[in-house]
Ligand binder design. Structure first.
Ligand code: FAD
Length: 446
C-alpha cells in the first residue's frame, strides 16, 4: 500500500496551461498513489514503478528536467533518496546569475539567462512564491589591482553585449546604503537575481508533478542493472523503478551512482559553507559579493589534474577569499564563500566562517557587530574541468546526465534541465550543449 508523504509544503497551483495527462504507470500500488499529486513513498516491498524516463535526484537539476519532460508530454518519474531540495539545491545562497545573453550566446549565457526566464515563468505566470526577484548585485573592489582587472572586464562585457558597470563607492552607497565608503569602488550587475532555494526547487518538482511526472521521495538508489529487454532496473530498498531512459541528476553523488553503472563520472563534492544573522528589518537590497576571488582566479584558477578550478582552497591551504550574500525575505542576512574539496564532509568550519564574516564586514561594515545565529554547509558538484556535464553518455544506451553545475547550479539548473529535456525529447543535441558533452570526461570504471 502506498503511503502518502505530505511532509513537503507543496502548494497546489492550478494552471490551465498545463493540460497534460498523468502518464505514470504504477504496478502494485493501487489507485491511491496514482490519483495523488503529492510526492509519496512506496513502502511495500518489491513494488515496481514503471516509466519511460526515470530521473535520479530531486535537486534543481532533476526537478527542472522532470518539469520540462512532463511539459513535452513524456512519461517521466523522479526518484530522490531524501526529500526534494534536501541537498545543495536547498542549502545554497539563492543567487541567480545573468550578465545578459551577449552578442554570441554561449552555454553560460543560455544557462544563466534561460534559467532566469524559467524562474520568471514559475513565479509570475504560474503563481509559485519562490521569493524570486531580479535584485542586481554589487561587488566590492578592495585594491587598485582588482579595480584595473574589473575595468578591463567591464569593457569586455560591454563590447560583447553583456551588462555590468563600475561605480564609485558613493554611487554604490546611494543604491545600497550599507556598502562601505572606504573601498575604492564597486561593480554593479543589474541583471542578477535571487530566490529562495527550498521554495524554488520544490516549486519545480510540484510543477513537474502537476504536468504529469511521478515524484518519489525517500528512495535511496542502491543498484542499477540493465534487463534483458534493454530496460534499466533501478533498485531502492523498498522498490524497483524500471525505465527505458535513465537520467542522472545526482549532483555531488554522480561518482557513486555512476559506479553502479560501471562508469567513472568525475564530479568532485566541494563543500560550501554559510552563516546567517538573526532576522533584521530590510537592510540589503542587492546581492553582495567581492572581487577578490575573481581577481585571484584570473591570475591562476588553482586547478590541476585532481583539483577543479575556482576553489578557495588547495588541501588546507587557502588560495583566496570568496564572498556572496544577501538578505532573505525573512530578514536573515546570509553570507558564504569557501569552496573546499573535503570529500563528503559537510561539517561547517568556524575558522573559515570567521574569515568569511571579516571579508563581508569589509564590504558591508554593518555585519561586523552582528552575531552569527546559525551555520550550515552543503556539497557543490564540481566537474574536474569546471564545465557542466549535460547530455547523453554514449557508453550506455539511453543514458543521460545533468550535473557538474558547480557553484551556480541553483541559478543555472532550470535551463540545464530544459536543454537536457529537449535533447531527450527530440533525440538531437541542442548545439550549445557541445560545451558540456559528457563524452569528454565520463569513462568506463576500472
Ligand atoms: C553553501 C552553498 C552555496 C551555494 N550558493 C549558490 C548560489 O548562490 N547560486 C547558485 O546558483 N548555486 C549555488 N550553490 C550551488 C548549487 O546549490 C548547486 O550547484 C545545485 O544545487 C546542484 O543541484 P543538483 O540538482 O545538481 O544537486 P543536488 O541539489 O545536490 O541534488 C542531487 C540530489 O540527488 C540525490 N541523490 C544522490 N544520490 C542518490 C541516490 N543514490 N538515490 C537517490 N537520490 C540520490 C540527493 O539526495 C540530492 O537531493 C551553492 C551550493 C552550496 C553548497
Amino acid at each position: 500500500m502506498a503511503k502518502i508523504d505530505s511532509k513537503l509544503p507543496f502548494k497546489p497551483v492550478s494552471n490551465p496551461s498545463l493540460n497534460v495527462s498523468r502518464r505514470r504507470v504504477i504496478t502494485g500500488l493501487g489507485s491511491m498513489a496514482a490519483a495523488s499529486w503529492l510526492p509519496f513513498t512506496i513502502s511495500a516491498q518489491e513494488s515496481v514503478v514503471e516509466s519511460e524516463i526515470l530521473i535520479i535526484g530531486g535537486g534543481m537539476a532533476g526537478a527542472a528536467t522532470a518539469f520540462q519532460l512532463a511539459l513535452h508530454g513524456r512519461d517521466v518519474a523522479l526518484v530522490e533518496r531524501g526529500e526534494i531540495a534536501s541537498e545543495a539545491s536547498g542549502q545554497n545562497m539563492g543567487g541567480l546569475g545573468g550578465a545578459g545573453w551577449g552578442n554570441m550566446p554561449n552555454l553560460q549565457s543560455y544557462l544563466t539567462m534561460g534559467s532566469l526566464e524559467i524562474f520568471k515563468q514559475l513565479q509570475i505566470e504560474m503563481g509559485y512564491d519562490m521569493e524570486f526577484r531580479v535584485s542586481g548585485s554589487i561587488t566590492g573592489i578592495h585594491t587598485e589591482e582588482q579595480h584595473n582587472y574589473l575595468q578591463d572586464r567591464v569593457l569586455w562585457l560591454k563590447s560583447n553585449g553583456y551588462d555590468g558597470e563600475l561605480m564609485t563607492a558613493q554611487e554604490a552607497n546611494a543604491i545600497e546604503p550599507e556598502v562601505s565608503l572606504a573601498l575604492p569602488g564597486y561593480m554593479f550587475a543589474p541583471g542578477r537575481g535571487q530566490a529562495d532555494p527550498v521554495k524554488s526547487t520544490q516549486a519545480f518538482a510540484h510543477a513537474a508533478q502537476e504536468a504529469g511526472a511521478g515524484i518519489h521521495t525517500g528512495h535511496n538508489v542502491t543498484a542499477i542493472e540493465v534487463r534483458g529487454n534493454g530496460e534499466y532496473s533501478v533498485r531502492t530498498p523498498d522498490a524497483e523503478f524500471r525505465c527505458q531512459t535513465l537520467v542522472l541528476a545526482t549532483g555531488s553523488w554522480c561518482g557513486p551512482v555512476g559506479e553502479m553503472l560501471g562508469l567513472t563520472i568525475p564530479v568532485i563534492p566541494t563543500r560550501g559553507q554559510m552563516w546567517a544573522t538573526e532576522r533584521l528589518p530590510p537592510r540589503f537590497f542587492h546581492r553582495i559579493s567581492s572581487a577578490e576571488s575573481s581577481f585571484t582566479w584570473s591570475q591562476d584558477d588553482g586547478s590541476d589534474d585532481k583539483t577543479p578550478p575556482f576553489l578557495t582552497h588547495k588541501g588546507d591551504r587557502r588560495l583566496t577569499r570568496h564572498l556572496y550574500g544577501r538578505q532573505r525575505k525573512n530578514g536573515e542576512i546570509i553570507f558564504g564563500g569557501d569552496r573546499q574539496d573535503l570529500g563528503y564532509n559537510t561539517d561547517p568550519d568556524m575558522a573559515g566562517i570567521e574569515v568569511n564574516k571579516n571579508h563581508a564586514s569589509e564590504v558591508v561594515p554593518l555585519v561586523a557587530d552582528l552575531p552569527i545565529a546559525r551555520t550550515w554547509a552543503g556539497l557543490m558538484p564540481f566537474s574536474l574541468d569546471g564545465a557542466p556535464i549535460i547530455g547523453r553518455i554514449p557508453l550506455r544506451d539511453n543514458l543521460y546526465i545533468v550535473s557538474g553545475l558547480a557553484s551556480s547550479g541553483f541559478g543555472r539548473g532550470p535551463m540545464a534541465g530544459k536543454l537536457a529535456a529537449d535533447y531527450i525529447h527530440t533525440g538531437h543535441m541542442p548545439r550549445v550543449l557541445a560545451e558540456s558533452d559528457p563524452a569528454r570526461c565520463v569513462t568506463e570504471s576500472g
